[in-house]
Design a protein around this ligand. Structure first.
Ligand code: ADP
Ligand code: MG
Ligand code: ZN
Length: 479
């Protein structure tokens, strides 16, 4: 029997605000535990929340970027439950009147483009973080009250690959929109996945499980692969899937039962009495819509159109808007967009990947990259030298011209200077020279290598090949 898979995601995204959602405490990551707290975010009795308008604006911007309908009137509700990371015993969230409804995002799959519908986007507060030590446990409330938006999709995704692709595409939109830093290591983007399988052709969706503890996009992919297999195996041998919440165990690579439907929370949602409903106007939405930056799909199309880049390059460069900005700045300066793109996609992105850092933190500037590329184009330095200059620029910054000068890397493009070196090499290596004359073309590479070595890598390799060939083809070995 063949099975169809349905996956719906619930994604929590930390909004890019300086302060928390209902108080003035900072949202900066990494501070010592409980140093960014106040009576409001600690949930002390009598403390009153005041809504951060920027959190509303950013959620609406996400809604606009994702084609949602924006509710001009929305409200907050209390989601009641007991857990040590939440001293109020309720989380302020949105239940029946979220800020954004509907919308969706198109993704590219091997089977073509697919539109993944969104159900809603609502705004809520984050909770604290439980910390466990050898002999005790504690709670860090720095994160309590940090603004989160929760994006809920319809169960439109049909494979682990699609879910992964969707998350990458969503991250691009959120980054381009300036809505979130999407820093997974800092927990800016967390995702629960819901999954069910059913016999192909069945009208109704199967019983779903919800997976938690997915700390990376890779974990989402692995957990889905595992869970799809587990559910199909159950149905294949005539058993049923139990509706439950399961925890992904990353070490063992399996999902484990956490709680079943019977143990599920009854949150007893009710309207938050300490906050007035959020009222927006059409004028406000028009203004915000005008502020929306260029989104990834539009930017990709423009990079192809304006710079003549292949689709592939445009896709790689726009995965991170800062990289795309860097590219555009360098391309404008150098007039060689495709070459700029090649350098960024290979050397620069490799180094960023190795260091796990952002292009903003790199001492290399777009101007310096453009200048370096120009010097290669003009034949001032050869490629190996340029790569080593680039490595230095990425490490320490500086001006290419100065580095080249200081390290004496200027390429020898003067025939007169190369000819004596070529003579030396031919004298010292009569074997390969004879081989070449006898038709073994590969021997030339060896000889070029020898000339490069004697010039400490500074010779213009094209010119070396030319001089060598001319010398080998026109004269006899003994002359
Ligand atoms: P719950 O009431 O269990 O929270 P919801 O209806 O609120 O379920 O849906 C939560 C998420 O689960 C959504 O992303 C939705 O698309 C997804 N979902 C709902 N039903 C299914 C199903 N049968 N299979 C897969 N995903 C589902
Ligand atoms: Mg739900
Ligand atoms: Zn606070």
């Amino acid at each position: 029997m063949k099975f169809a898979v349905s996956i719906g995601l619930e994604i929590h995204v930390q909004l890019r605000t300086r302060t928390k959602i209902f108080c003035g405490c900072p949202t900066t990551f990494g501070a010592p535990p409980n140093t960014q707290v106040c009576p409001v975010c600690l949930g002390l009795p009598g403390a009153l929340p005041v809504l951060n308008r920027e959190a509303v604006r950013l959620t609406v911007m996400a809604g606009l970027a994702l084609g949602c309908r924006i509710n001009l009137r929305s409200k907050f509700d209390r989601k009641n439950y007991f857990y040590p990371d939440m001293p109020k015993n309720y989380q302020i969230s949105q239940y029946d009147l979220p800020l954004c409804v509907g919308g969706g995002l198109e993704i590219e799959t091997p089977a073509g483009r697919r539109f993944i519908r969104l159900r809603r986007i609502h705004l809520e507060e984050d909770v604290g973080k439980n910390l466990h030590f050898a002999q005790s446990s504690g709670v860090d409330f720095n994160r309590a009250g940090v603004p989160l938006m929760e994006i809920v999709t319809e169960p439109d995704l049909t494979s682990a690959d699609e879910a992964h692709t969707f998350l990458l595409a969503l991250k691009e939109v959120l980054l381009h929109g300036g809505i979130s830093d999407c820093n997974l290591e800092e927990g800016n983007l967390r995702c629960d996945v819901n999954i069910s399988v059913r016999p192909e052709g069945a009208d109704e969706l199967g019983v779903k499980t919800e997976l938690k503890n997915l700390n990376s996009f890779r974990a989402v992919h692995r957990a889905l692969d595992y869970e799809i297999r587990r559910q199909i195996d159950l149905l294949s041998c005539g058993r049923t899937v139990v509706q439950e919440t399961r925890r992904w165990n990353d070490e063992l690579g399996i999902t484990e039962s956490m709680r079943t439907k019977e143990e599920a929370h009854d949150y007893r949602y009710f309207p938050e009495p300490d906050l007035v409903p959020v009222e927006l106007t059409e004028e406000q939405l028009t203004e915000w819509r005008a502020q929306l930056p260029e989104l990834p799909a539009a930017r990709r199309a423009r990079l192809v159109r304006e710079y003549g880049l292949p689709e592939y390059d445009a896709k790689v460069l726009t995965a991170d808007p800062d990289v795309a900005d860097f590219f555009e700045a360098a391309a404008r300066r150098s007039q060689q967009p495709k070459i700029v793109s090649n350098w960024i996609m290979t050397e620069v992105l490799r180094v960023l990947g190795e260091r796990g850092s952002s292009i903003r933190d790199l001492p290399l500037t777009p101007d310096a990259l453009a200048e370096l590329i120009e010097m290669v184009q003009r034949g001032v330095i050869n490629m190996p030298a340029a790569k080593s200059v680039l490595a230095e620029l990425m490490e320490h910054g500086g001006r290419p011209a100065e580095i080249i000068e200081r390290r004496g890397l200027v390429q020898i493009s003067d025939r007169g200077a190369l000819e004596p070196v070529v003579e030396e090499v031919l004298r010292d290596h009569p074997g390969p020279a004879a081989d070449y004359r006898n038709g073994k073309a590969a021997a030339l590479q060896f000889l070029i290598g020898q000339v490069m070595k004697r010039t400490r890598g500074k010779a213009n390799p094209k010119l070396v090949a030319e001089v060598l060939r001319a010398r080998l083809e026109s004269q006899s070995p003994s002359s």
